[in-house]
Design a binder for this molecule. Structure first.
Ligand code: GAR
Length: 209
């Protein structure tokens, strides 16, 4: 893709949407050659929907169905249809707290990215910053990766480190990881939108020149 905005993003989130805001601001600033085509959430009151509506972007709650950690079949179909209707080129998970499965992954193979608050493969799953504190590591961070059938397991696009300080609490460490996420995610999405990313098995290479 060139520097126009024809590359279309579908953003999915369940929470307050600070990564969505970082992406939307980067697009407005001209640093990501893309547009946000739709924002979807499994949580009706999620901040991410409010943030999207404030920016006059299409935003929709789609009920997740009967399971706690994934979408049920009907919900999965509804998400796929909404994203296809929005003609998205890339699905950007920004704090979407459900694991995506079979039909969803098949519909958008190789076109789904996620951000996770640790240096994967360390600390997959929930509350990764707490896992890092409990384990006593001195460096943690965040990871942007392609999504595959595993949990926080796909090929790694890029990572940013965050030091763990002696007086860190879960809240202070989480806040610094969030700040790192807001720098890393827009850079990665911009590189994908520009067609600079090459996937070779588990290795993701940045094309230069
Ligand atoms: C982010 O820290 C993101 O890394 C995490 O949810 C938060 C969403 O914050 N995602 C995961 O843990 C996925 N495994 P936000 O709603 O403010 O962007």
């Amino acid at each position: 893709m060139t520097s126009d905005q024809s590359f279309r993003l579908g953003v999915l989130g369940s929470g307050r949407g600070s990564n969505f805001v970082a992406l939307a601001d980067a697009i407005t600033a001209g640093s990501i050659p893309a547009q946000i085509a739709t924002v979807l959430s499994d949580v009706a009151a999620a901040g991410i929907l409010e943030q999207a509506r404030q920016r006059q972007l299409p935003a929709q709650f789609i009920a997740p169905g009967k399971f706690r950690t994934k979408l049920d079949e009907e919900a999965e179909r509804a998400y796929v249809l909404a994203l296809q209707a929005a003609r998205v080129d890339l699905i950007v998970l920004a704090g979407f707290m459900r694991v995506l499965k079979g039909d969803f992954l098949r519909a958008f193979e190789g076109r789904i990215v996620n951000i996770h608050p640790s240096l994967l493969p360390s600390f997959p799953g929930l509350e990764a910053w707490k896992q890092a504190l409990d384990q006593g590591v001195k460096v943690t961070g965040c990871t942007v990766h392609f999504v595959d059938a595993g949990v926080d397991a796909g090929a790694i696009i890029d990572q940013q480190t965050v030091a763990v300080l002696d007086d860190d609490t879960a809240a202070t460490l989480h806040a610094r990881i969030h700040a790192a996420e807001h720098e890393l995610y827009p850079k990665c999405v911009a590189a994908i939108a520009r067609g600079e990313i090459l996937v070779q098995g588990r290795r993701v290479i940045r094309k230069v020149g």
